[in-house]
Every structure is written in structure tokens, then in C-alpha cells.
Design a protein around this ligand. Structure first.
Ligand code: NAD
Length: 465
């Protein structure tokens, strides 16, 4: 589709109408499976091209490109194909006496056209994983990849419509103005991943057509390390979760909150793990990514400079190659931006606390994070932390891995968004769950209709309420 509205083939409105009409093509599970299989085959065949684009956009290594982007989408799609018939099957419900005899079912039906608006940090994964859910649920899609990952966006635009079929898929490229224009169109669902500022724009635009919205937003996901945690494993898992994709992950542990008794030991273990993972100069590591653009390099540089913290490791920046070293800051100024804003880069502040419970209370009063990580040897302590601090998702004794579990719905709450997907939750999110009640015409006792006599009143009161 052109990135200019209402040009060429007659404009977006007509094209979106045509896509809406095509959802009948995906009535059968086999048709949906076939499209998804085509997507998987295409990604496998062109893995190198996609990995190269991801390296150009974000300096991702081939391993990371496979694990967190290409392989992730293939995995989601295979899982959906394997379970599609089960998910599509009408779900029987039991009936209350007043509706008996009869048959009640919940029938998942397609919504129509789903518009997917994707961000730049996992530009393939976050454009295509919602597409997998949308197609599995029998919808057509319009995809708007992020302009800030241009090489990946180009590949998606060049290939996705022909791979899935131009009858059910369209890609629109361009920046904020194009997205804003697209948002004036009527879709049947808007699936947005990105920051809260644009999330609000999307939700406002959706209200014009009463379009349902899924918002996958971000926020500051904390990692809480209790004194009884296994510190060496904790350090390794924190380093992995924080520095994958150079910290540009929506569920990266934003900062670490640690009890004072173990703070020094944890800090040195984290520094040692960074060296073990990326060497003494991470710019030479094949496994360490780059920042998406110089605007974000400058932003991160400012966060470090104004943090008022001790830099334990890292701090090196090379603007030209968009390199920001894995950086650990101990005890930043409580009023600094590095502790107020989402970092979204390879900076790990360590906040040392004397009273963990009062810190948890403070966290619970702030915006709800997308993820919460707790490191502890005690199940009871983990439960307590989870009870005290709400979050979109949570992991005990690891980071990020909940994303890899197909049957764990992935999504936020409050400031971190609403609506979940992955596996069956994505299928349900992008379906209309239609209630169908079927009754035989007989028996049809007259007593159940007005005028209600005393016997009917007594009977109806007993059968309801
Ligand atoms: P971004 O700037 O790439 O924007 C995302 C999309 O919004 C793009 O397609 C862009 O064209 C569009 N857009 C930008 N400005 C717009 C405007 N004024 N009007 C209409 N559309 C506009 O991405 P970003 O917002 O920088 O992404 C980073 C944020 O996304 C972080 O906060 C991160 O935590 C969050 N995120 C969340 C998830 C999740 O799954 N919950 C995943 C990745 C990123």
C-alpha cells in the first residue's frame, strides 16, 4: 500500500474494505495454517537477509536475531498451527436451569482487519508476532513497521504481502505522519506496541470508530534481589536480561533493587559477568548490539552524566558507531532521570535499600511495570513481593524468559498497557468470543411468560438468582 493516503489504487479506505471482505477466505483452520506455514518457510529461507537487516538496524548478532526475532516468530506460528483447531472449536458452557434444555457455546469469530503498529527495538518480532495471532484468529492485517529500523521495515514491506497473500495483508511504511493518517481509518482492532505517549494518540484515534485497542507499552521493570538469593546465578541472569539487544528491550530489568547486606557482592558479580559475556571491551564483542540512533545515544549519555552515581563498569560511548558500553551505576541520585524514566539502553542502576518492604510499598504506588523480577531462595518471600507490587508479568529467579512460554499471556497493566497476546491469549484477544445459545422450540410452557401467576413467580424465583 502506498505510504500516501488516498493515492494510487483508490486510497486506504477501499483497500481496507477489500481486506475486510477477504476474511471469509480464512474461515477454515487449514486456510489459516497454510498462510502461517508460508510465513515460517519464508523466514527460514531468508533468515540471512533478515539477520543482516537486524544487524544493520541494531547491531544484532545472528544468534540474537534468531533467538529473539526470526526464531521467535517461527515458534509462535508453529505453536498456533499446532493448536489452531482446538482454539477455533466452539467452547461448550453449562446452562442454568432457566435456559434448559439447550446448548450454550462460545464461538471464536474473526474481528475483520487488525492494524499492527510496531516499534523499532525488536522490529521483526513485534511486527510479526501480532500478525501470527491475527491470522490464526482469521483476520486480515495492515502492518506498519517502525521507520526507525528502516532495513527491517523495507524487508517486511517487500515480502510480507506476497508471503501471506495480498488478499489478506498490506504493509504501510513511513513515519509518525503516515501512522497518524492511517489511524483515521476504520479498523476492527488496533494492536500497538511502543511508548505510552503514542499509545495515548492511538487510543484517542481508536475512540472515533469505537475500535478496540491492545496497547503493549513499556515502563520501568524492576529486579528485586533479596538477601537470600543465589547471587552468582542472579548476576548472570540480570546481565543477560539487561544487555541483550543493548538494553533496548521493553521487559529488560530496568534497575536493580538490592538489600544492603549483599549489595557490594552482587555489584562485583555483575561486573564480572559483564566481562565474561562481552570481554573487557564490549565494542569488540560479536554478541553486543548497538543503539538504534544517535538521538538515543545522546539521551543515554545524558542519563549517565546526570545520574550522580558511581560508575562501577562501563560508561564508554562512541557516538559514530552508536556504541554504549554495558554500564553499571551504583546508588544514583534518587531524583535523577535514570531512576525516573524508562532507561531503554545498556545502563543498570543499582539501588541499595535498608528496608526492602518500604521500597516495595513505594514501587507499588508508582506506575505498574510491564515485568517484575524477584530473586530469592524463598518461595514465600517471592510470593510476598509479587503480592505487594503489581506488574504485567513476573519472573522469579530469571529475567525475560516468560516471553518464551507460549501459554503465558504477555501484556501490561495500567501504564504498561492493556491486553495480552502469545499463544492462545493472542488468538482470543484478536477474536470476537461470540455467545451462542440454542434452544429447542418445545417444551415451551406458557407459564414462563406474562401474565405471571403466583406459581410462575415462585418457580421463576427459584430458577433464577
Ligand atoms: P517507535 O518510535 O518506533 O514508535 C512506535 C510506532 O509508533 C511506530 O510505528 C511509529 O511510526 C509510531 N508513531 C511514532 N510517533 C507517532 C505519532 N506522533 N503519531 C502516530 N504514530 C506515531 O517506538 P517507541 O515508542 O520509541 O518504542 C519504545 C517503547 O516501546 C518503550 O517504551 C518500550 O518499553 C515500548 N515497548 C513495549 C513493548 C511491549 O511488548 N510491551 C515492546 C517493545 C517496546
Amino acid at each position: 500500500m502506498s505510504d500516501e493516503p488516498n493515492e494510487g489504487t483508490g486510497g486506504w479506505t477501499e483497500r481496507i474494505e477489500a481486506l475486510r471482505g477477504s476474511t471469509s477466505l480464512l474461515h477454515e483452520a487449514s486456510a489459516r495454517s497454510e498462510r502461517l506455514k508460508r510465513l515460517e518457510d519464508h523466514l527460514r529461507e531468508h533468515e540471512v537477509e533478515y539477520a543482516t537487516a537486524l544487524t544493520a538496524d541494531l547491531g544484532k548478532s545472528a544468534t540474537e536475531a534468531w533467538l529473539t526475532e526470526i526464531g521467535f516468530v517461527i515458534g509462535q506460528s508453529r505453536y498456533a498451527r499446532r493448536h489452531l483447531r482446538e482454539w477455533m472449536r466452539p467452547r461448550r458452557v453449562s446452562l442454568p436451569a432457566v435456559a434448559r434444555p439447550g446448548r450454550g457455546r462460545v464461538v471464536p469469530t474473526p474481528l475483520g482487519v487488525v492494524c499492527v503498529i510496531a516499534p523499532w527495538n525488536y522490529p521483526l518480532h513485534l511486527a510479526l508476532a501480532p500478525v501470527v495471532a491475527a491470522v490464526a484468529a482469521g483476520n486480515s492485517v495492515v502492518v506498519k513497521p517502525s521507520e526507525l529500523a528502516p532495513r527491517t521495515a523495507e524487508l517486511i514491506a517487500a515480502n510480507l504481502p506476497s508471503v501471506l497473500g495480498t488478499d489478506i495483508c498490506e504493509v504501510v511504511t513511513g513515519g509518525a505522519e503516515v501512522t497518524a493518517a492511517l489511524l483515521t481509518e476504520r479498523f476492527d482492532h488496533l494492536f500497538y506496541t511502543g511508548g505510552g505517549r503514542v499509545g495515548r494518540i492511538v487510543m484517542e484515534a481508536a475512540s472515533r470508530h469505537l475500535t478496540p485497542v491492545t496497547l503493549e507499552l513499556g515502563g520501568r521493570s524492576p529486579a528485586v534481589v533479596c538477601a537470600d538469593a543465589d547471587l552468582s546465578v542472579t548476576a548472570r541472569r540480570l546481565v543477560w536480561g539487561k544487555f541483550v539487544n543493548a538494553g533496548q528491550t521493553c521487559v529488560a530489568p530496568d534497575h536493580v533493587v538490592v538489600e544492603r547486606a549483599i549489595a557490594d557482592r552482587l555489584t562485583s558479580l555483575i561486573a564480572a559477568e559483564i566481562e565474561a559475556a562481552f570481554g573487557s571491551d564490549a565494542s569488540m564483542s560479536a554478541d553486543y548490539g548497538r543503539i538504534v540512533n544517535t538521538h538515543h545515544v545522546d539521551r543515554l549519555e545524558g542519563l549517565i552524566r546526570e545520574s550522580g552515581a558511581t560508575t562501577v563498569i562501563g560508561g564508554q560511548i562512541d557516538r559514530d558507531s552508536r556504541f554504549v558500553a554495558p554500564t553499571v551505576l551504583v546508588e544514583p541520585d534518587p531524583s535523577s532521570s535514570v531512576l525516573a524514566d524508562e532507561i531503554f539502553g545498556p545502563i543498570l542502576p543499582i539501588v541499595v535499600v535498608d528496608d526492602l518492604d518500604s521500597e516495595l510499598r513505594r514501587m507499588a504506588e508508582g506506575p505498574t511495570p510491564l515485568a517484575l523480577y524477584v530473586f530469592t531462595g524463598s518461595d514465600q518471600r517471592a510470593r510476598q513481593v509479587l503480592e505487594k507490587v503489581p506488574s504485567g508479568g513476573a519472573v522469579i529467579n530469571h529475567t525475560l524468559l516468560h516471553l518464551a512460554v507460549h501459554e503465558l499471556p504477555f501484556g501490561g497493566m495500567g501504564e504498561s498497557g492493556h491486553g495480552s497476546y502469545h499463544g492462545r491469549s493472542g488468538f482470543d484477544r484478536l477474536s470476537h468470543l461470540r455467545s451462542v445459545l440454542q434452544r429447542p422450540t418445545r417444551p415451551d410452557p406458557r407459564i414462563a411468560y406474562p401474565p405471571y401467576g403466583r406459581v410462575a413467580q415462585r418457580l421463576l424465583r427459584r430458577l433464577t438468582g
